[in-house]
Design a protein around this ligand. Structure first.
Ligand code: FMN
Length: 233
């Protein structure tokens, strides 16, 4: 059983909260895995050209071609994105839009696979984890756990945070706040978030090793998506 981990952050692996949480989930799973960062990758959004309807292969020529094969080969996904203005960042959104290529005829579908969705924000990552779960649902992929944490907030480290009237320090902590190491947020400082990532990884490993039945998961997800569709009409 193989898991594909994706960190949607454009920041370095050492500083990125997304990267840290994806890696923690993957390691805790006990499964074979590969962690791919979207940093430096050129992946455009879906253009709705429908060039993929015949064979479920997108016709756009960019770094998604290589990632497509990894999506096909993996049994599960651990996907993390940073919160940009209340949404997942554009790089992750573009990647997930391109999963549209798997949604036509029954070739290489992602149906019945499993996922862990991770959101990281300077304030909150939960809306992003929920958005990732939403994308997974359209491919009948079951999100078995969501993890969200407070990651970097640039106002703590940009150099102007203590005096700037626009940024988060002034707004949330009040004027005159001194930036000390203990108030700078980072996911690894939040023991409950790191534990949630370990728990999610263990659960994913368990689900994959205990006779993961894609057909059953597909049926469950199809039912769930039908109910969601009925609610919205
Ligand atoms: C353009 C931009 C917009 C952002 N908007 C939000 C936001 O609306 N809410 C939030 O909680 N964090 C916001 N952040 C902070 C990032 O989500 C935060 O730095 C996160 O840790 C980045 O993930 P990473 O450490 O994996 O790169 C924003 C950051 C940038 C650069």
């Amino acid at each position: 059983m193989k898991i594909l981990g994706i960190s949607g952050s454009s920041r370095g692996d050492q500083e990125s909260g997304c990267h840290k949480l994806v890696e923690t989930v993957l390691k805790a799973s006990g499964c074979e895995y590969e962690l791919v960062s979207l940093r430096g990758k050129k992946i455009l959004g879906c253009t709705a050209c429908l060039g993929c309807v015949e064979n479920n292969i997108c016709v756009q020529k960019d770094d998604m071609a290589q990632l497509r094969e990894k999506f096909v080969e993996a049994d599960a996904f651990v996907i993390a994105a940073p919160n940009f203005f209340g949404c997942m960042n554009a790089a992750t959104h573009a990647l997930l839009e391109r999963l549209y290529q798997f949604r036509h005829r029954e070739v290489d579908t992602l149906w019945g696979k499993l996922a862990v969705a991770i959101g990281v924000g300077g304030g909150d990552g939960l809306p992003v984890a929920e958005q990732i779960e939403g994308f997974m649902g359209y491919s009948f992929i079951e999100t078995i756990a969501k993890v969200s944490g407070q990651g970097a907030a640039c106002c703590f480290t940009c150099g102007y945070g203590e005096t700037c009237k626009i940024g988060a320090i002034h707004m949330f902590f009040g004027p005159g706040t001194k930036i000390t190491e203990d108030i700078i947020p980072a996911v690894e400082k939040q023991t409950e978030v790191m534990q949630a990532a370990v728990d999610a990884g263990k659960e994913l490993g368990k689900r994959l090793s205990e006779g993961h039945d894609r057909t059953k998961v597909t049926a469950k997800m199809q039912q769930k998506m039908m109910e969601k569709y009925k609610e919205s009409t």
